[in-house]
Design a protein around this ligand. Structure first.
Ligand code: EPU
Length: 418
């Protein structure tokens, strides 16, 4: 198992390019199941979750060709409409196959995800929505078995709570359903809008993606398309915080500034200078005193839960008390104990983490528990005195492409060791 060895103290200087969004590419790959024609996706990040999704699609019946950041998929027929436990347990986004499989061939068998390091993460809302569209669903032996022998039909689906992949799954199911589907209380994340763009290029009729009401008019069939995935806003945000926490001067390039608006606003409140040199770059300049600022995670366009752990690392270096409230997942504070091992003063109280700073962090052996938690440990290590060894970095490889190389290029002392 790989580890990162990080020597803290270097102020990062320079440009860091961001890659395509993992959470946009995952549903886009699943969308290729909706047509027998080729779908070509560009700017697909080479991260582990993407490889897992590609494996799943190959098992289902897709031909997948990867050429750098370009992935070409072709699914002449659905051979096995199933997402097995072995894959779903390593990547919950496998449930994104449910909607497209039901739409394309009228049946799907997908393992229930079970527990997860950041919370329960059930898929009841996906199931509820698909039932509204006429699917019959049984749960047996840890699997969901869904059938729609006469095809899906449009319906109104009002989500009890906002779900990102649930919205994506339902949108993919509805594009080939008979008649009109209205998704209410839909997720407004940029990844949902990006998926809708791809589906429209494939011939789907969708309005309102990116707002909380999405209207889908079902069509008979979809065709092939080419699409470039949007920039990864969480990767961009992580690097902005890296610049801020090290008191450096970092320009994150190839991003969509609007997509990290909530983070930029927080950074500015903490006293970090953030400017936008051009339409696709953000420059962060740290070095001054950091002020503690409270933060609550919210659905987009609020502060992303996927940046909460990284923001907590930043708050360990800020003056005062910051109350960080996690409202999306119930167990997403695993990084707090590890940051505390490095010297942070963090108290957990239910949904809240109370961070008192600034505290000098010192290098220690720590364990990555999930993708974003690992990123926060890397950030903590970048300012810690001495050497930090982060174990189980396979978690970070799920969603960050060569993070160590990108950080090293701007001056971080970070090494991957086996
Ligand atoms: N929820 C339910 N029932 C459902 C679905 C969700 O109760 O059927 C709950 C979840 O347990 C959670 C909340 O609703 O408490 C929101 O979950 P959501 O469904 O929105 O999360 P997701 O779609 O499984 C995506 C991202 C996550 C990101 C969340 C929230 C992908 C592949 N994953 O997950 O990304 O944290 O939205 O923004 O898009 C990550 O990249 O590190 C990551 C975890």
């Amino acid at each position: 198992m790989d580890k990162f060895v990080i020597k803290g103290g270097a102020a990062l200087q320079g440009e860091i390019p961001v890659g395509g969004s993992k959470n946009s590419a995952l549903p886009a790959l699943a969308a290729a199941l909706l047509t027998e024609e080729p779908v070509t996706l560009r700017r697909v990040p080479a991260v582990r979750d993407i490889r897992t999704m590609q494996r799943l699609l190959v098992d289902i019946g897709s031909k997948v060709d990867v050429d750098g950041e370009t992935v070409r998929l072709e699914t002449p027929a659905i051979v096995c409409p199933e997402a097995p436990y072995e894959l779903v347990k390593t990547m919950r986004a496998s449930s994104l196959a449910l909607g497209p499989l039901l739409a394309r061939c009228g049946r799907a068998r997908v393992s229930l995800p079970g527990g997860c390091a950041i919370g329960a993460r059930p898929i009841n809302l996906h199931i509820f929505g698909l039932e509204q569209l006429g699917a019959r669903i049984n749960q047996t032996h840890g699997y969901i078995e869904a059938v729609a022998p006469e095809g899906l039909r449009g319906a109104v689906v009002h989500f009890d709570r906002i779900t990102v992949t649930g919205t994506e799954d339902l949108m993919m199911a509805a594009v080939l359903a008979k008649g009109e589907t209205l998704l209410r209380n839909a997720a407004r994340e940029p990844e949902v809008a990006d998926l809708a763009q791809l589906l429209v290029k494939m011939g789907a009729r969708i309005e309102g993606a990116g707002t909380s009401t999405i209207k889908v008019e079902g069509v008979e069939r979809l065709h092939g398309a080419e699409h470039t995935i949007i920039a990864d806003r969480i990767e961009a945000g992580t690097f902005l915080i890296a610049g801020a926490i090290t008191g450096g001067d970092v320009t994150v390039t190839g991003c969509v500034p609007e997509h990290v608006g909530a983070l930029v606003s927080k950074l500015q409140q903490t006293g970090v200078g953030v400017t936008q040199p051009d339409a696709t770059s953000l420059r962060v300049r740290g070095g001054g005193r950091l002020r503690s600022v409270d933060m609550t995670t919210e659905e987009y366009p609020g502060f992303a839960t996927d940046l909460q752990a990284q923001y907590m690392a930043l708050m360990t270096q800020a003056e005062g008390i910051a109350i960080i409230e996690e409202t999306i997942f119930e167990n997403r504070f695993m990084h707090a104990q590890e940051l505390a091992r490095m010297g942070a003063n963090i108290r957990l109280d239910g949904k809240q983490a109370i961070v008192a700073g600034p505290r000098e962090l010192t290098g220690a052996g720590v364990i990555a528990s999930d993708l974003r938690a690992s990123a926060s440990l890397v950030l903590g290590a970048l300012v810690a005195r001495g050497e930090t060894v982060i174990d189980r970095v396979y978690h970070i490889d799920r969603g960050y492409e060569k993070i160590e190389a990108k950080l090293a290029r701007v001056g971080a002392k970070i090494q991957r060791v086996e």
